[in-house]
Design a protein. Structure first.
Lengths: 343, 343
C-alpha cells in the first residue's frame, strides 16, 4: 500500500530576497515542507519536470507585471508537469499526468482539481516535449508567429533568440507557412544549427559584428514580421529594416529582466510612425484557447520531420536556482527544464 | 479675356537650409517664379488655402521618413486647396476646386491633371472646412480613432493634443460612438473648450501638474484606446494607465520634430509586454480609400450639430513660415492654414 502523503517530506524553493541583477546564491532557498493530505477535490502530485523560463526572473522582481510578483518567503512559481499520486477528485486518478494552473518549484504539490489540466502524452514522444514544443513554449511560438505577427506565405520573418525554446519553433512554423526566415542567435554553433538543421534561410550571429548591418544584408527588401524575445539593442538593430506596415510580435525582452528600473523603448522610435509599424506585446496565458489547434499542428510537423527541437534537462530540483541563469548567458542548449523526479 | 499665365509671376517658399530646432528666419526663403503655360493634360491652379501641419517640419529634415525630404532649393511641400485658372485637361474646367496630390507653398501651381482630386464643396459650409474637418485632419482623426485605435462603444479613450485639428475631431468621433473621452491639452482655455463646447468627458491640462496622475485620476479603470499626437513625456505619462490589451494609435509625435537625432521610445517600454499593448503607427496617405465614408459621416455630424471645430486662418503666403511655429508652441487656435488668395 502506498505511504500516506502526510508522512512524506518534500522540498521547495522559496524566494528569500529579491535579486539584484542575475539570480545569486541566497536569493532563493531550498526548504523542506510536509506534503499535506489532499482535502476534498484536491490532488497531490509528484513533480516530474519544472520548466525554467526567462519570465521566472520577472516574477522575482517587485515591478508591475502580468502576474503578482512572488512574495518573499513564498514558493517560487513555475510551469510544472507532474503525476498524480493521490486524489480525492473523481476526475483524476493516480498515474494521471497533469500540469497545474500555477505550479511551484517543489517536489510535491497539493492542488485543487479545478486548477489542473490533464496532459495526454503520446507514448512515442519524450515526455519532456510537453514542456517544450508541445507545451507553453510551442504555443507561444505558434500564437506569436501566426496570430500576433500574422506571418503569411512569401513574407520575410526575423526572430531574436532564434535558437531558444520559443524562437526555434517560431521559425520552423514560419518556414512551414512559406516564409523566408532569418534567425538572430549568439555564436556560430547556434547559427549553424538554425541553417543546417532547422532549414532557416539565414542566421545572424549577434556576437560577431554589427547586428543591424547583418540583418540588412540578409533582408535587403526588409522585414515583414519580427518576433522579439530579447529587446534592447537587438530590437534597436532590427527596426530600421522593418518594411512599411511591418509587425513586431513582442514576446519577451530577456536582455532587460536582470536590470532594475524602467526599460527604455526602441532607440529610433520615430520609425514606428514613419514605417507604420505595429508593435504588439503578448503573454501566452491570454491565448490558451489556441492550444488544441497549435499542438495538433506542431505534433503533425514533428511526425512529418518538419519540426526539430532540443530539450536541455538538468537533473535534480536542488540545481534549479543555478540553472536558471543559463538562460541569461545563452548557455542552455534547447528548452531548459529540471527533471525533479523520474517519470 | 484672361491674361496668359505665362505673363504672371507667382511666389513660392523654397527650403534654403535644413532648420536646427524650431524653424527660423532664413531656413525658408520666399522667391518669385514665373507661372508656366500648362502642357498637355496639365492644370494651372491658384492656391486658395495652404495647410500648415506638424509634419511640415519633418519634411524639412534629412531623416528617414515616409516621404522624401524636401530638397534644398526646392519648393516647400504642403497640402493645398486651389481653383483651376487654366486647363488643358478635359476633366477640369476653370473654376473647379481641386487639391493636388502633392502641393507646394506657392501662389500658383502647374500640375498634371492625374495628380489632382476634385473638391465638391457644399455651398453652405465654409471652404476652409475642406482643409480641416472635411480634409486630411478629419480623415486622420476618423481612421486613427476607428481603424487604428478601434475605439468601440463603452470604452475609455484618451487623446493628446486634444484641442488640435486632429485630436478635437478624433474625440468627437469617439464620443459619437459612445466612448468616454478624456483630452490632454495645454492650458485652461483649451481644456474648457473640450469639456464645455465639445462635450469631452474630461480634460487634463499638461501645463498644470503631473500628467500621469491627472490621467490616472480621470481614468481610474484604465484606458482602452489612446490617440497619440505628441509623443515623448505625454506618451510616457499615459502608458501606465493603459488597460490590458489596450491600443495606442500613433498619429504623430510633435514634441520631437524639432529635435535632432533619434527619438527614444517610451520610458517604461516593458509595459507594452506586461499590459499586452498594441502600438500602431499610421500615416494618412495609406488610408485615402476611407475618405468617402469618413467625410460622409463627418458632414452628417456637422449638420447634426455633433461636431464643432475651429479654423485658424492666417492671411498671406508671406506669413506661412512664421505661422508654422505656432503649432509647436500650441499657440494656434484651431486648424492652422494660410489664406493664399481669396476664394
Amino acid at each position: 500500500m502506498m505511504a500516506r502523503m502526510s508522512e512524506r517530506v518534500g522540498r521547495v524553493w522559496r524566494l528569500r530576497q529579491r535579486p539584484q541583477g542575475p539570480l545569486k546564491a541566497g536569493d532563493l532557498v531550498l526548504d523542506e515542507q510536509a506534503v499535506g493530505d489532499p482535502r476534498p477535490d484536491e490532488v497531490v502530485l509528484r513533480t516530474i519536470f519544472l520548466s525554467l523560463d526567462p519570465t521566472n526572473r520577472i516574477w522575482m522582481s517587485d515591478v508591475d507585471q502580468y502576474l503578482p510578483p512572488v512574495e518573499i518567503g513564498q514558493p517560487m512559481r513555475g510551469v510544472t508537469l507532474g503525476v498524480v499520486e493521490e486524489s480525492t477528485s473523481p476526475r483524476f486518478q493516480p498515474g494521471d499526468l497533469v500540469t497545474p494552473h500555477e505550479g511551484t518549484w517543489s517536489t510535491y504539490q497539493t492542488v485543487s482539481a479545478s486548477r489542473l489540466s490533464r496532459i495526454r502524452a503520446a507514448p512515442d514522444l519524450p515526455l519532456s516535449a510537453y514542456m517544450s514544443v508541445l507545451g507553453p513554449p510551442g504555443l507561444t511560438a505558434y500564437v506569436g508567429m501566426l496570430d500576433i505577427g500574422q506571418a503569411r506565405e512569401g513574407q520575410t520573418v526575423t526572430i531574436s533568440a532564434a535558437a531558444g525554446a520559443v524562437g526555434s519553433v517560431a521559425g520552423q512554423i514560419a518556414r512551414a507557412r512559406g516564409c523566408r526566415v532569418i534567425g538572430i542567435a549568439g555564436g556560430e554553433e547556434k547559427c549553424r544549427w538554425l541553417t543546417s538543421e532547422l532549414s532557416f534561410d539565414g542566421a545572424v550571429d549577434y556576437k560577431k559584428g554589427h547586428v543591424g548591418e547583418q540583418v540588412r544584408a540578409l533582408c535587403p527588401e526588409g522585414i515583414d514580421v519580427h518576433f522579439e524575445n530579447v529587446g534592447g539593442a537587438i530590437l534597436d538593430a532590427v527596426i530600421p529594416s522593418m518594411r512599411i506596415g511591418g509587425r513586431i510580435a513582442l514576446c519577451g525582452m530577456i536582455s532587460t529582466y536582470n536590470d532594475d528600473g524602467p526599460v527604455l523603448g526602441p532607440r529610433e522610435f520615430q520609425r514606428v510612425l514613419m514605417q507604420r509599424l505595429t508593435i504588439q506585446g503578448f503573454i501566452i496565458m491570454d491565448h490558451f484557447a489556441r492550444a488544441r489547434e497549435a499542438y495538433a499542428e506542431i505534433e503533425t510537423m514533428i511526425r512529418d520531420g518538419r519540426l526539430k527541437w532540443k530539450d536541455h534537462i538538468v537533473d535534480g530540483l536542488e540545481n534549479a536556482a543555478d540553472a536558471v541563469n543559463l538562460l541569461f548567458t545563452g548557455q542552455n542548449d534547447g528548452k531548459l527544464m529540471v527533471r525533479v523526479s523520474a517519470a
